[in-house]
Design a protein around this ligand. Structure first.
Ligand SMILES: [Zn+2]
Length: 198
């Protein structure tokens, strides 16, 4: 990656990506649909600033207050930055099967697909366990729902890994954030954010 994308779709809204003109500066401005990042930073640093701001937009659209988003967007954004770099997330576009492993914050989460009796009994589509690093998914889910459920469990893990307060346990918030993350992954070609040489 040498440059940030010129356009990015966040919360189903197109944003222009442009120069913030000052060192150490980055901001998302939903009013004019711009994400502004200093051009003076190294490519990897620009990408991280960029993902922090994307994350700020995702968190607020999922119902987090501005104040809380100011507090958590860098931590959650850094984990999302690595999620995009370390994985091929194209399964959300229906072009590839769900992978059997996914890196979240540098930890390998195994994705298991099966008919899990416990999930069935609780009427759940999936579950994540942080001690064992397992994401369990009911394998008989329809493809579109399965993509959402996998991203939902990933969202739990991202919030856990980012130590984002107790948001991981706020199911309504996680649901909303997972939909916004799914749309973000579906609506953009994020391979452009991968480091050079990949
Ligand atoms: Zn959940």
């Amino acid at each position: 990656m040498t440059e940030l994308p010129k356009k990015i779709i966040v919360n189903r809204i197109p944003y222009s990506v442009c120069n913030s003109n000052d060192p150490y500066s980055y901001e998302a401005d939903p009013g004019v649909q711009e994400i502004r990042v200093t051009q003076e930073a190294a490519p990897a640093r620009k990408r991280q600033y960029f993902m922090w701001e994307v994350t700020h937009l995702l968190l607020v659209s999922a119902g987090m207050s501005q104040k809380e988003a100011d507090r958590y967007h860098a931590g959650v954004g850094s984990v999302l930055n690595r999620l995009v770099i370390d994985n091929d997330m194209d399964f959300v576009k229906g072009r590839k099967p769900v992978p059997s492993m996914i890196w979240i914050n540098g930890l390998p989460y195994t994705i298991q697909q099966d008919i899990f009796k416990e999930l069935q009994d609780e009427d759940l589509g999936g579950r994540v366990t942080y001690d064992t690093l397992y994401i369990q998914i009911m394998e008989d889910l329809k493809p579109e729902i399965k993509s959402y459920v996998v991203v939902h469990e990933i969202t739990h893990a991202v919030l856990f890994e980012a130590n984002a307060g107790n948001y991981d346990s706020k199911e309504t918030f996680v649901e909303a954030l997972a939909w916004q993350l799914l749309y973000f992954l579906q609506d953009n070609d994020l391979s452009i954010l991968k480091p050079e040489g990949e």
